[in-house]
Design a protein around this ligand. Structure first.
Ligand code: 13P
Length: 358
């Protein structure tokens, strides 16, 4: 007699596929744990040099190393930062005492991640729009990064708002690249941080940013589904829903918080491991205040952890203090830790403006 019942005990459980999923989910959970967030310190050489140039800091490999070492050696950083997104150059740099910067980050209890896209390039046939490159050879690069100890990765797509843009061509091409990148990351055991950034440049109102962000997010999740990406093993890194930088109407903190959460509730499935915002050119204080307001107003209604993955909003004040000079290092580290601490407080809705004066 044949039985149609499945055996009670599956001797192949847990199989490799199940274990791989558990590992991805656990990594994502660790990155989103407690009140911590991510620190993006993955500026490409060109972007890092641009930030240095604005402050009169020499644009050399040594100064980029010194800056990243300053961040990595900030005492107590691991209290607020769960993961740091690095740039490839940093992986091969040692601090002044010879310790690899990557090792210093791991020793601080911070999970190391890596930017793996090759940058946003002009989208052929669509002036003013960009497509992020870097899929060729990505599988091999991801396997190499995993062996070096990296456990998550980041890919940034940029969507500009303007006259007639974004086009469907730009949205679909970037969503497709994000999904293919995410699938490759998960195959390699790395948690993909999926970053579809709607830029703040422009005169558009908040509602326009809302519509474009929602449209992009829906396109991304359609593609993630098509590529079989495990939602519990990804982190979404979106922009906050803001009016354009030169829009005559600048909204209140509460309006931005409401628009951002409502947009994401409409478009990001509850199964996603978590959301970690980019700062996108907002000041450190404003980015913190927005995150804080989201938690105060939506605390019990959020289906996913909501945290930060800021670059400029954490680094910029500290870089301005450092100015490339060793004598300013300690004060710069204090400024960095201060911003990270304020952002961690915002995750619990416990940030207050008074903390800025303390
Ligand atoms: P900002 O926080 O400066 O926008 O940078 C975040 C980031 O990782 C951009 O890719």
């Amino acid at each position: 007699m044949t039985t149609l019942m499945a055996p009670l005990l599956d001797i192949n459980f847990p199989n490799k596929e199940t274990m791989d999923k558990l590992v991805l989910t656990a990594t994502a959970a660790a990155l989103l744990s407690g009140s911590k967030g991510l620190l993006a310190m993955d500026e490409s050489t060109a972007t890092c040099n641009k930030r240095f140039a604005a402050l009169g800091i020499p644009q050399t490999e040594q100064f980029r190393r010194d800056w990243r070492e300053l961040i990595a050696t900030t005492p107590g950083l691991g209290e607020y930062i769960s993961g740091a997104i690095l740039y490839d150059e940093t992986l091969y740099q040692n601090g002044k005492d010879g310790t690899p910067v990557l090792q210093t980050i791991i020793n601080a209890g911070i999970i190391p991640g890596i930017k793996v896209d090759a940058g946003a390039k002009p989208l052929a046939g669509f002036p003013g729009e960009k497509i992020t490159e870097g899929l060729d050879g990505l599988r091999e690069r991801l396997n190499g990064y995993y062996k070096m100890g990296l456990r998550f990765a980041k890919w940034r797509a940029v969507i500009a708002i303007g006259n007639g843009i974004p086009t469907a061509a730009c949205i679909e091409a970037n969503a497709d690249a994000l999904a293919r990148y995410a699938a490759l990351c998960q195959e390699a055991g790395l948690v993909p941080v999926v970053e579809p950034e709607v830029l703040m440049e422009g005169t558009h109102e908040l509602q326009v940013c809302f519509r474009v962000t929602e449209r992009m997010m829906r396109a991304v999740f359609t593609r993630l589904y098509l590529q079989g990406v495990l939602l519990e093993g990804i982190i979404i890194k979106p922009n906050m829903v803001n009016p354009g930088l030169t829009c005559p109407v600048q909204n209140t903190i509460e309006e931005v918080a409401d628009a951002t959460v409502q947009c994401l509730l409409q478009s990001v499935p509850a199964a996603v491991a978590g959301i970690a915002f980019l700062s996108g050119g907002q000041s450190g204080e404003l980015a913190t205040a927005h995150l804080n307001a989201m938690h105060i107003r939506y605390r019990s209604k959020l289906p996913w952890p909501l945290t930060f993955s800021f670059a400029r909003a954490i680094q910029q004040p500290a870089m301005g203090i450092w100015q490339g000079q060793e004598k300013n290092k300690r004060a710069a580290q204090q400024a960095l830790l201060h911003r990270a601490g304020c952002d961690a407080a915002a995750r619990s809705g416990e940030y207050t403006a008074a903390m800025e004066k303390a």
